[in-house]
Design a protein around this ligand. Structure first.
Ligand code: GUN
Ligand code: ZN
Length: 445
């Protein structure tokens, strides 16, 4: 028998999933994007072995799918599953910790909690708790930092594999400016990262990311060792933090007096590249923006974290329109919600404060294909087309009375969807599918 929560898929396993389908074949941030090119109507998604084999009109029958039961979601909206491009799963239990800005928040709340992850049992408990919160929020892929402990990495990849989820993760490396129990060394950071990378990268749906936490917590030696490791494994991602808070940037300037700017502290040590994924990137200088564009690096917008920790307003209009790739993320536990709906709402609010009204199509794109592109996974996830994994979320656009009374008077799908983006939460998530399998259903524990 086949346990739906514990892959691997049996071969020639077929599924049919039906509902209103939203998928992008163009980027709604492009100047010539035409909204009318997006036809959202009831369709039938044919899935073989977890991969979308075809998408047809609703009620279309295929002879090779005779006797396969249709999972019909009616008028609910089926989207590619949300892709949360920057999280710290070990911070799940300290979400919503009061009253601190970045550096104090790290020292007071984050580092003491991360110390506990040398215990594989605790790491597994939190990894499973975190993934359950994500799946019940419609998130099917996450890119997570772990802690300095290899146990925290093994626990996370094992938990994700049990759901057959496509995930990115890596051992967080720190060898200074953190408590003694939370520091590795140049050598152990390199050796442990390499061993974990060899063990997990491209094993099933796992992807390893080399993960220096940020330049203040790594010595130049450690940064350069991780730069060398990335050069040995150039198909891996490298994830870190960049220019999140003004005090942090001042600190970086003192720690690296020769660097031109924050980005330079990465580039000097081989940690700038196309497959580099830089979280926050709020207070960038013109040179940094130009250089990031030149390289084609990825920036991850973490709106609920940026307001919660008081970091600043990401410049989405300036950054998403150039060759920089931009993804969207919760940044658990600096972020205040596991939900990418709430995260899209906050991205909308931040853009409004900068004088830009993001269209619901742009918000949905950021949360799916934008993040998938930023993680270089858009050949597998982030859109619903033949050849992609059947990782999807089913959204109820009338999940509460307050949302329903607004969406029912809408004139088009975007006006119908927008109240769910702004006001929706886990009650709007009807079901979440990973590689075709239903791994979450509303109302079922
Ligand atoms: N910068 C370095 N580490 C962290 C972290 O854990 N969270 C956030 N928001 N910023 C960081
Ligand atoms: Zn972070």
């Amino acid at each position: 028998t086949h346990d739906p929560l514990n892959g691997p898929q049996m071969s020639n396993d077929k599924k049919i999933i039906e509902g209103r389908v939203l998928s992008f074949d163009k980027n709604p941030f492009d100047k010539d994007f035409d909204l009318s090119s997006l036809k959202i109507q009831r369709k039938r998604i044919f899935v073989i072995d977890g991969i979308i084999n075809g998408i047809e009109e609703a009620n279309f029958n295929r002879s090779d799918f005779n006797n396969i039961e249709v999972m019909d979601y009616g008028e609910h909206l089926i989207s590619a599953g949300f892709v949360d491009a920057h999280v710290h799963y070990p911070q799940t239990a300290i979400i919503s910790s009061w009253g601190k800005r970045l550096i104090d928040w790290l020292n007071v709340y984050t580092f003491p909690e991360e110390m506990k992850f040398n215990d594989l049992n605790y790491a597994s408990e939190i990894a499973n708790r975190y993934l359950n919160f994500s799946l019940s929020s419609g998130t099917t892929t996450v890119a997570s930092y772990c802690t300095i402990h290899p146990e925290s990495v093994n626990a996370f990849f094992e938990a994700a594999a049990a759901y057959n989820m496509c995930v990115v993760a890596g051992k967080t490396c720190m060898d200074r400016n953190a408590p003694e129990g939370l520091c590795d060394t140049t050598k152990s950071a390199y050796d442990d990262s390499k061993a974990l990378l060899e063990a997990w990268h491209k094993k099933g749906r796992a992807h390893y990311a080399i993960t220096p936490r940020f330049s203040p917590t790594s010595t130049p030696d450690q940064l350069s060792a991780l730069g060398a490791l990335w050069a040995e494994y150039p198909d891996c991602l490298m994830q870190t933090h960049l220019s999140e808070q003004v005090d942090e940037i001042d600190w970086v300037r003192k720690l690296f007096p020769k660097a031109r700017d924050y980005l330079d502290t990465y580039e000097t040590f081989g940690l700038l590249g196309t497959r580099g994924v830089y979280g926050h990137a709020i207070h960038l200088e013109a040179r940094e923006i130009d250089r990031l564009n030149e390289v084609g690096a990825s920036l991850i917008h973490c709106p609920t974290s940026n307001t919660f920790i008081g970091s600043g307003l990401f410049d989405i209009a300036r950054l998403a329109s150039r060759s920089t790739k931009v993804g969207l993320a919760t940044d658990i536990g600096g972020g205040s919600s596991f939900s990418m709906l709430r995260t899209m709402a906050c991205a909308y609010e931040i853009a409004q404060l900068r004088g830009i009204a993001l269209h619901p199509a742009q918000l949905m794109w950021l949360a799916t294909q934008g993040s998938a592109k930023a993680l270089h996974l858009d050949d597998q996830i982030g859109s619903l087309t033949a050849g992609m994994a059947a990782d999807l979320v089913v959204l109820d656009l009338s999940s509460t009375p307050a949302i329903s009374q607004r969406s029912t008077r809408a004139n088009d799908i975007w006006e119908e969807l927008f109240p769910t983006i702004m006001m929706g939460d886990d009650r709007a998530i009807v079901a979440t599918h990973v590689a075709g399998e239903k791994v979450y259903q509303r109302g079922v524990i």
